[in-house]
Design a binder for this molecule. Structure first.
Ligand code: GDP
Length: 529
C-alpha cells in the first residue's frame, strides 16, 4: 500500500525547501574536503575524515570506490543528503578529473545550482573553466568558494578580476578574507558588517568556534592585529566604492557569482557559506521536456542521469540515479518507463549515500533516488505517471582516445561481455565493435584514465582480466546519409547500438575521407542523441 498523496501545500512546502547542487573544481582545490565539512555542519556526520591522511584514518564518505581511494581522486559521483536550517539539501558529488567530464556533465543536469571551489593560490584553473562552461550552458546559478586561505593566497582583488576575465561572470564578494597563509584570521561578512574569526581546531575535525566583532569595534584590532584590521578597513572601503552590488536576479540567471572565502580544512568559513547558500540558492524549478516546461508541482516524473553497477560489495546490482523532476515519489508506485512504454513498479528505491543504503519511502522534486536497474534504464530515460513525458536530449561527449582490448582468458567470455555491456551502459567507456565480428572491440574514452578504471572494475567486479593496447586512432565519427550509401561505405566498426561509425587516425584522414565521400555525413555524435 502506498501512502496518501500529500496535499498541494505540502508538495509546495517540500519543493521550496529543497536545494540540489553540485560542486565543481579543479582536482585538489578542496572539493572533497568541503563536501565533508558541509556534511559535518549539516549534522550528517560527527567527525570529518581527513583526505590528507590516506592511511589509518577514515576515508571521506564521498570517495568510496577502492580505486578512488588508491588514487586519491573522485571518480564516480555519489549523492549526499542532509538537512540544514530547515532546508533539505542534496549534494551531488562530481568527479573533478578531466577524464570524467562526461559523467560530471550528466550529473550537472541534475543540479539546480553549483558551487565552484577555487584554490586561493591558483585561482581559475583549466578544469574549473571546462566545468564552469557546462554550468553556464545550462544557465544554473554558480556560487564561488575561495579555499585554502590558510596558505599564501593571491591578492583577493586580483583573484576576483581573474574570475571575471577568464569566466566572463561578474564576481561579487559577500565575504572578505582577513590575511592569508599563517596570518589568515577569518572573514568579514560584507552584508552584515560582522567580522568572523576562527580558532583552528585540531586537524579541522570538529566544528570550529567563531568570534564576531564589528568593523569599527576596537576589539577587532585585538582579534586580528592592528595591521590586518587596518587593511581590512581599507579593502572594505574600496569594495563599497568600486564593486558592483550583489543582485539576486543576475545570480539566478548565472551572470553573477557571489564569492566566499575560507579554508575548508580548518573549517574557516564553511558554515557561514552554508548558511548563506540555503538562502541564496534556488529550489527546483521547471524541467524542459518534449511536452514543454514541466513545473515541479506536476504529477510525478523523474529522469535517470547516471547508471552505476556494483556500487558496493554487498549489492552487486545495477543502480540508476534518478532525479525527481516533479511531483511526489513514493516507493512502490506504478509508473511508465516512457521510452519503451513499459509499466514499472518502483519498489526498489534507496539512498545513494556512498556505500550505505537505506530504503527511500518518498521523495520530492530535486531529490536523488537510487533505483535498482533491472536492465531497462538508459541515461536520459524518464519514469512518470504521465506516459508521454521525455527529455529532449541528454549530453554526451565524443571520445578522443581509443584502445583495443583483448581478453586474456577466453573461458571468461561471458563475464567479459557482461562487464563490457554494463560498464559501457554507465558511460565508463564507449564500445565499438568491428563489424567482421572476428576481432575484439575497441574502447573509446574522453581521457585515458577511463581505460584504467574500466580495466580495474572489470577485474574487481567481474573477475575478468583484459589487456589494453593503445591505438593510433584519435577521432570517431558516426556515419549518416542515404542508408544504401552508408551501407556500401561502412565496413568498419559499429557502436553498441549497431550504428555505423568510423575511426580515424587524424583530422587530416577525416577531412580527406569526407572529401572523397560527399554522399556521407560524418557526425561527432549519433544523430538521434
Ligand atoms: P579535491 O581533489 O578537490 O576533492 O580536493 P581535496 O578536498 O581532496 O583536497 C586536496 C588537498 O588539499 C588535500 O590534501 C586537502 O587536505 C587539502 N586541502 C583542502 N582544503 C584545504 C585548506 O583549506 N587548506 C589547506 N592548506 N589544504 C587544504
Amino acid at each position: 500500500m502506498t501512502a496518501p498523496h500529500p496535499d498541494p501545500s505540502q508538495l509546495a512546502f517540500e519543493i521550496a525547501r529543497r536545494r540540489t547542487f553540485a560542486i565543481i573544481s579543479h582536482p585538489d582545490a578542496g572539493k572533497t574536503t568541503i563536501t565533508e565539512k558541509l556534511l559535518l555542519y549539516g549534522g550528517a556526520i560527527q567527525e570529518a575524515g581527513s583526505v590528507t591522511a590516506k592511511e589509518g584514518r577514515a576515508h571521506t564518505k564521498s570517495d568510496w570506490m577502492s580505486i578512488e581511494q588508491q588514487r586519491g581522486i573522485s571518480i564516480s559521483s555519489s549523492a549526499l543528503t542532509f538537512e540544514y536550517s530547515g532546508r533539505h539539501i542534496n549534494l551531488l558529488d562530481t568527479p573533478g578529473h578531466q577524464d570524467f567530464s562526461e559523467d560530471t556533465y550528466r550529473t550537472l543536469t541534475a543540479a539546480d545550482s553549483a558551487l565552484m571551489v577555487l584554490d586561493a593560490a591558483r585561482g581559475v584553473q583549466s578544469q574549473t573553466e571546462k566545468l564552469f562552461a557546462v554550468c553556464r550552458n545550462r544557465g544554473i546559478p554558480i556560487l564561488t568558494f575561495v579555499n585554502k586561505m590558510d596558505r599564501p593566497a593571491l591578492e583577493p582583488f586580483d583573484l576576483l578580476s581573474q574570475v571575471e576575465n577568464s569566466l566572463s561572470i561578474t564576481a561579487v564578494p559577500l565575504t572578505w578574507p582577513i590575511g592569508d597563509g599563517p596570518d589568515f584570521k577569518g572573514v568579514y561578512d560584507l552584508q552584515t558588517g560582522q567580522v568572523l574569526t576562527f580558532d583552528r581546531t585540531a586537524g579541522g575535525k570538529h566544528r570550529a568556534p567563531v568570534h564576531t566583532a564589528g568593523l569599527g569595534d576596537p576589539q577587532l584590532d585585538a582579534l586580528v592585529g592592528a595591521d590586518l584590521a587596518a587593511k581590512l578597513r581599507a579593502d572594505v572601503e574600496l569594495i563599497q566604492a568600486a564593486m558592483p552590488e550583489f543582485e539576486p536576479g543576475a545570480f539566478l540567471t548565472g551572470e553573477l557569482t557571489p564569492v566566499f572565502f575560507g579554508s575548508a580544512m580548518n573549517n574557516f568559513g564553511v558554515e557561514h557559506f552554508l548558511a548563506n547558500f540555503v538562502d541564496l540558492a534556488p529550489p527546483p524549478g521547471p524541467t524542459l521536456t518534449n511536452l514543454g516546461e514541466r513545473p515541479p508541482e506536476a504529477g510525478f516524473a523523474g529522469f535517470i542521469f547516471k547508471l552505476q553497477a556494483n556500487m558496493s560489495k554487498h549489492h552487486r546490482d545495477r543502480t540508476a540515479f534518478m532525479r525527481v523532476m516533479s511531483g511526489h515519489f513514493e516507493r512502490g508506485m506504478d509508473v511508465t518507463h516512457t521510452r519503451t512504454g513499459r509499466k514499472l513498479r518502483l519498489s526498489q528505491a534507496h539512498t545513494l549515500f556512498a556505500q550505505d543504503r537505506e530504503k527511500v519511502e518518498e521523495a520530492y522534486p530535486g531529490d536523488i533516488v537510487g533505483l535498482v536497474n533491472p536492465g531497462v534504464f538508459q541515461i536520459g530515460d524518464v519514469v512518470s505517471v504521465d506516459p508521454k513525458v521525455q527529455l529532449p536530449s541528454f549530453p554526451r561527449f565524443t571520445p578522443e582516445t581509443f584502445a583495443a582490448i583483448s581478453l586474456r582468458d577466453v573461458g571468461k567470455r561471458k563475464a567479459f561481455m557482461k562487464g563490457l555491456t554494463q560498464l559501457a551502459e554507465e558511460g565508463v567507456v564507449q564500445v565499438f565493435y568491428p563489424t567482421d565480428g572476428a576481432r575484439d572491440p575497441y574502447l573509446g574514452a574522453v581521457g585515458p584514465l577511463q581505460f584504467e578504471v574500466f580495466q580495474a572494475r572489470l577485474r574487481e567486479e567481474y573477475g575478468v582480466d583484459v589487456e589494453l593496447h593503445v591505438t593510433s586512432y584519435g577521432l570517431v565519427r558516426w556515419l549518416a546519409g542515404d542508408p544504401s550509401s552508408v551501407a556500401r561505405f561502412a565496413r568498419h566498426v559499429e557502436d553498441d547500438q549497431g550504428r555505423p561509425v568510423m575511426l580515424f587516425r587524424s583530422r587530416y584522414d577525416l577531412d580527406y575521407t569526407a572529401e572523397q565521400h560527399p554522399e556521407i555525413e560524418f557526425l561527432p555524435l549519433p544523430r538521434d542523441l
